[in-house]
Design a protein around this ligand. Structure first.
Ligand code: SAM
Length: 246
């Protein structure tokens, strides 16, 4: 059927593509993608040849009318990211919004997502969680970003670049306290690794071994106190330490 198809693609292991994703790519009249070189490789692996147009944050404004025009002509348009589920810290939100507003059908072809994969293996509560995207790159802004989640009673899931890992974990500890966290790295790939410990131990580990390489999702345990009136264990600790000092 004509419409916009949001198709998830592998996050590392090429085997993680669904039959529907392949069928949908085969049925496409046009494929919008972040990077045509990356998507060309995926299509080549499945012997699919289709017209590609780049769609990313720098050309979205310009490309959207073109894509919507194809939908108006009754075409099958597919949106893919370089990896994982489009729109999840990736382009596409405005396009889907416009397509919905203009009455076109929008279909999701589900598949890999690094955030959900990490959450499913971190061993931290999954009944309530917040996906936070990427933290700011500067320490001050990053601390404010954590500050806003201080009273969040769910698990926190976010993306972080490998080179900022130790600094980022340190900022998290200074704002959120010494919580349990899982550093989930290179998921579905050869050097896949989950390191789960309290933040202090994780910071020690990465300070000693150096920031790792590769792609990372951080999963952070919830605040153990959910109510504003209650004082958290961390606050009690801090208060006691201060009281003893004086
Ligand atoms: N849309 C993608 C998804 O559904 O997972 C996420 C895109 S975002 C631009 C890329 C970030 O996702 C990486 O910097 C990393 O934090 C995380 N990521 C992607 N693939 C990963 C993997 N295989 N292992 C760990 N993290 C990954």
């Amino acid at each position: 059927a004509s419409g916009l198809y949001i198709v998830a693609t592998p996050i590392g292991n090429m085997g993680d593509i669904t039959r529907r994703a392949i069928e949908t790519l085969k049925a496409a009249d046009l494929i919008a993608c972040e990077d045509t070189r990356v998507t060309s490789k995926l299509l080549l692996a499945h012997l699919i040849k289709k017209p590609l147009i780049p769609y990313h944050e720098h050309n979205g404004e310009r490309q959207r009318p073109r894509i919507l025009e194809e939908l108006a002509l009754g075409k099958v348009v597919v949106l893919v990211s370089d990896a994982g589920t489009p729109l999840i810290s990736d382009p596409g939100y405005k396009l889907v919004e416009d397509a919905q507003n203009q009455g076109y059908s929008v279909f999701g072809i589900p598949g890999p997502c690094a955030a959900i994969t990490a959450l499913s293996i971190a061993g931290l509560p999954t009944n309530k969680f917040t996906f936070l995207g990427f933290p700011p790159t500067k320490s001050g802004a990053r601390k404010n970003w954590f500050e806003a989640e201080k009273r969040n009673s769910g698990t926190l899931v976010y993306y972080e670049s490998a080179k900022r890992l130790t600094d980022s974990l340190s900022d998290a500890r200074s704002v959120l306290g010494d919580r349990q966290a899982a550093v989930c790295r290179e998921l579905t790939k050869k050097f896949e690794e989950v390191r789960r410990d309290n933040l202090s131990a994780l910071i020690d580990y990465y300070a000693t071994h150096g920031n790792p390489k590769g792609e990372i999702v951080i999963v952070m345990a919830p605040n153990d106190q959910t109510s504003d009136e209650q004082t958290s264990a961390i606050d009690i600790d801090t208060t006691l330490t201060l009281a003893l000092e004086h």
